[in-house]
Design a protein around this ligand. Sequence first.
Ligand SMILES: [Zn+2]
Length: 73
Amino acid sequence: MISGYKGYQIDAEITFGYSTFMDENGWEMDCNCESKNCRKRIKGFKYLPKEIQQRYLTLGIVPEFIIKELKND
Ligand SMILES: [Zn+2]
């Protein structure tokens, strides 16, 4: 299940931040979403820049299993 941090319209197209749901070592893939904020290459959360990690943590959109992994690193 995907829960958003703001309300979505029923027919809204959503973009999905894979990096907030992945914690695989060495996993990555190209992104073709065409967003102006696109990182072009998708990797696990721990590979995101620290300030972006912090922003997502502050927003409360990072799943518990990833927060746990961060504490173990
Ligand atoms: Zn993208």
